[in-house]
Ligand binder design. Structure first.
Ligand code: NAP
Ligand code: F7E
Length: 325
């Protein structure tokens, strides 16, 4: 039998890189959608780039998506591309709505027009949809109350995925993933920002780390574990929606304490709170119940919170070796 074909939008991002490597290991022919840029941003996929088929297209351009599906004829589409940074969504709410919200409809329409019902579709939904949480822990049945333009756009993307499944019989799944991190995480997200700063301070490259809301709590897992849940969703007999989480929450303060401990430093001597980094409306606490993913998919997270912090700090320590101030 021919190798299954997967198409990943957002292949240059954190999850795209982990998913591409995982699917290659499973024997897939992997296609990645990249947008045109004057400088390439392929660092995260550099080690597998020669095994990937990359195509230029953009979530804003319907025709490019139709052409992409037509050319690649995928069995599975993983829609990971989005404007994914919450603070930017307050600065650029319209663009975030276009990429992160309407972009999902454009992908689904391209599949419906070109691919019929044979293509399996994964939508990267987010715990940010729970926002001002109605209950704890959050499950697939917890009502949404998003607190940012990003969360609102993701909520739209979630429901349009459900709607295309119900209206047109597309095998469309929405993974409601809680925060997941790794050494490939973007430097602006709080975990990577802390890990990198702890490493740089240890190496004498900086002295201070400015953070916002230290009390915010998140259910943080490892991205390498979470991409397996995405794939498992598309291997089931029926499409459905799943929460993917560890079931444990920790504060930003705890993350900082552990990260600085890892390099033998006292975080209170280096972290400075900057009110500018507070959000117009923040999500104060998130904690997911992945019981359904465990029961139906047989999925469980493998990397614990202390292991995740250590993994990230150690990777940044290695990157900082020999760096100039
Ligand atoms: P990420 O590192 O920010 O990657 C986002 C990707 O989207 C990048 O490859 C980016 O390409 C691409 N992209 C953005 N706008 C695009 C456009 N207009 N056309 C084509 N590509 C575009 O995000 P991530 O952490 O890997 O997350 C993957 C997905 O899961 C996102 O949808 C995110 O919102 C969602 N999610 C993430 C988490 C998490 O904790 N990581 C949790 C829940 C849901 P460039 O390289 O060109 O910028
Ligand atoms: O913030 C607080 C901040 O930016 C986490 C995205 O992947 O996960 C991510 O969204 C918390 C917030 O992630 C700083 O106020 C304090 O409460 O790392 P973050 P996020 O907003 O939770 C969800 C699931 C997604 O779907 C998103 O795409 O940390 N915080 N001080 C800070 N946050 C940042 N970025 N920088 C700070 O200095």
């Amino acid at each position: 039998m021919a190798n299954p074909i997967a198409l990943i939008t957002g292949v240059t991002g954190q999850d795209g890189a982990y998913l591409a490597k995982f699917l290659l290991e499973q024997g897939y022919q992997v296609h990645g959608m990249v947008r045109r840029s004057s400088t390439e941003s392929f660092e995260r996929i550099a080690d597998v780039r020669d095994q990937l088929h990359l195509h230029q297209a953009d979530l804003l351009d319907q025709l490019s998506l139709v052409r992409l599906i037509d050319e690649t004829q995928p069995n599975e589409v993983y829609n990971l591309a989005a404007q994914s940074f919450v603070p930017t969504s307050f600065e650029q709410p319209l663009l975030t709505g276009e990429f992160t919200g309407l972009g999902v409809t454009r992908m689904l329409e391209a599949i419906r027009q070109v691919g019929g019902n044979g293509i399996r579709f994964y939508q990267a939904s987010s715990s940010e949809m729970f926002g001002s949480v109605r209950e704890e822990p959050q499950t697939e049945a917890t009502p949404f109350w998003p607190r940012s333009p990003y969360g609102v756009a993701k909520t739209y993307g979630h429901w349009i995925t459900v709607n295309y499944r119900e209206s047109y019989g597309i095998f469309a799944c929405s993974g409601i993933l809680f925060n997941h991190e790794s050494p490939l995480r973007g430097k602006e997200f709080v975990t990577r920002k802390i890990a990198l700063a702890a490493a740089r301070i240890k190496h004498g490259l900086q002295d201070e780390l400015q953070l916002g809301n230290l009390d915010a709590q998140r259910d943080w897992g490892f991205a390498g574990d979470y991409v397996k849940a995405m794939w498992l969703m598309l291997q089931q007999d029926e499409p459905d929606d799943y929460v993917v989480a560890t079931g444990r929450k920790h504060s930003v303060r705890e993350f900082a304490e552990l990260a600085f401990d890892r390099v033998g430093l006292d975080w209170t001597k280096h972290v400075v709170v900057d009110a500018e980094l507070y959000r117009p409306a923040d999500v104060h606490t998130l904690c997911g119940d992945a019981g359904k993913a465990q029961r139906v998919l047989g999925w469980r997270p493998q990397v614990s919170f202390p292991e995740l912090v250590a993994l990230m700090v150690d990777a940044d320590l290695a990157r900082c070796q020999g760096a100039q101030p």
